[in-house]
Design a protein around this ligand. Structure first.
Ligand code: NAP
Length: 327
C-alpha cells in the first residue's frame, strides 16, 4: 500500500504559532544505535512554546539570536517502531514506544536508549503526554523533594501538564496533597486525588495557616515573603517554572529571586531542569500500567491544526495536556 508523504512541523522564524509550517520530508535514516518510529501522537509543552516564540530572549544565544539555528524543534512523541539500527538490541518492529528528543514529525529517528516501551493498555496520546511533564513531576517529588509518606505537599499550578502528574505522583508517594488551581479545575484536582484544593481565584494559599514540607512551585506567581508563611522549618521549595510574562527572563526572574531569598533562611529552594532519564520513563510506564497515574488529556488536535494547538497552549491555562494526533 502506498503511503502519503511524511510530514514534519518546522519554523524558520520566531513569532506567534502562525510561523509554523507543515512540510513534506523523506523518511529519515536511522543510525546504528537508533530506532525509526512511526509517530501516532505528539504532546506539547511550554518548552516547545518557547522554541516557537523565541522567548524568553535570554534563551536566544542557544536557540538562535535573530532566527532559529535550526527549523526543527523537539516534542514528546509516542508511536510504533518500524526500523532498527544494526547495533540495537531489545526492540523489534511493531514495538510501541514513547519518548522525547526528536523533531515534531510523523516519522522520527531517535537513539534506542532514549525511548521506553508503551504499556499495552495505555493510548499513544497518554504515553506522549507523560514524557516531559510526567518526568518533571517524578524527578521533582521523588528525587529533589524526597517526598516521604505522611508529608504535606502543596502543588502550586496543579491543573496544567506538570501539575496533573504532580498531584498523582505525590499521592503515590504517600503525601497529603494540597492542589492550587483556578475555579474551573477544582473538581479535576479532587478527581486526581488531591486531599485539599485551594481555588487561587478566591483564596490565597499562603494565608491558609498550614505548614507544608514540600512546596512544588510550578506556576510561580507568589513571592518568597508570602510562600515562607506556609513553609515548615525544614521545608523544600521545588522550582521548575513560573509566569511567562517577562519576555527577557521568562520564569528565571522568579526562580532567581526565590533562590536568593531561600539562601538566607533555614528552608531550601531547589531549581532543576528535568533530565532525559529513560529509567524514569520506564518507572512512569509502570505507574501508567498500574493505573496509579492517569494522564489528563485536555484537547486533541489534528496535525493540520498544529498552530491552533500551540495557540491554546500559549493561553497558559490547559487543563492537563494538549496532544496532536499525527496519523
Ligand atoms: N524545569 C523543567 O525541567 C521544566 C519541565 C517542564 C515544565 N517546566 C515549566 O513548568 C511550568 C509549567 O509547565 P506546564 O507544562 O505544567 O504548563 P501548562 O501545562 O501550561 O500549565 C500551567 C498551569 O499553570 C496554572 N496557573 C496559571 N497561573 C496560576 C496561578 N496564579 N496559580 C496557580 N496556577 C496557575 C494554570 O492552571 P489554571 O488554569 O488552573 O490557572 C495552568 O494549567 C512552565 O513554566 C514550564 O516551562 C519546567
Amino acid at each position: 500500500m502506498e503511503r502519503n508523504p511524511l510530514k514534519q512541523v518546522i519554523r524558520n522564524r520566531y513569532g506567534t504559532p502562525d510561523v509554523l509550517e507543515i512540510v513534506e520530508i523523506d523518511q529519515p535514516e536511522i543510525s546504528d544505535d537508533g530506532v525509526g518510529v512511526r509517530v501516532q501522537a505528539v504532546a506539547l509543552n511550554r518548552l516547545d512554546w518557547y522554541h516557537v516564540t523565541g522567548t524568553p530572549l535570554l534563551g536566544r544565544p542557544e536557540m538562535g539570536l535573530r532566527k532559529p539555528k535550526s527549523p526543527l524543534f523537539h516534542a514528546d512523541f509516542a508511536g510504533t517502531v518500524e526500523a532498527i539500527g544494526k547495533d540495537v538490541d531489545g526492540f523489534k518492529a511493531g514495538d510501541e514506544v514513547f519518548g522525547r528528543g526528536a523533531p515534531l514529525a510523523q516519522y522520527v529517528c531517535v537513539e534506542a536508549d532514549a525511548v521506553a516501551r508503551k504499556p499495552p493498555g495505555v493510548t499513544f496520546e497518554e504515553a506522549a503526554a507523560t514524557t516531559l511533564a510526567g518526568r518533571t513531576a517524578l524527578q521533582a517529588l521523588r528525587d529533589r523533594g524526597r517526598v516521604q509518606p505522611g508529608q504535606k505537599v502543596l502543588i502550586n499550578g496543579a491543573s496544567g501538564g506538570v501539575g496533573t502528574f504532580a498531584v498523582q505522583i505525590a499521592k503515590a508517594l504517600g503525601a497529603e496533597v494540597t492542589a492550587v488551581c483556578s475555579t474551573g479545575n477544582v473538581d479535576q484536582a479532587r478527581a486526581l486525588g488531591a486531599d485539599h484544593v485551594v481555588d487561587y481565584m478566591h483564596e490565597d494559599f499562603t494565608r491558609n495557616g498550614q505548614r507544608y514540607d514540600v512546596l512544588f512551585d510550578i506556576a510561580g506567581g507568589k513571592p518568597w515573603s508570602a510562600c515562607r508563611r506556609v513553609l515548615a522549618p525544614n521545608a523544600t521549595v521545588l522550582l521548575v517554572g513560573g509566569p511567562k510574562k517577562n519576555r527577557l527572563l521568562g520564569p528565571l526572574g522568579h526562580i532567581v529571586r526565590m533562590k536568593l531569598r531561600a539562601a538566607l533562611s533555614s528552608r531550601q529552594a531547589v531549581f532543576f531542569i528535568a533530565k532525559p532519564v529513560t529509567a524514569d520513563l520506564e518507572a512512569l510506564a509502570e505507574l501508567l500500567e498500574a493505573g496509579t497515574v492517569r494522564p489528563v488529556i485536555d484537547r486533541r488536535y489534528a496535525l493540520r491544526e498544529v498552530a491552533d494547538a500551540f495557540r491554546y497552549l500559549g493561553e497558559g491555562h490547559p487543563h492537563g495536556k494538549v496532544v496532536i494526533d499525527m496519523d
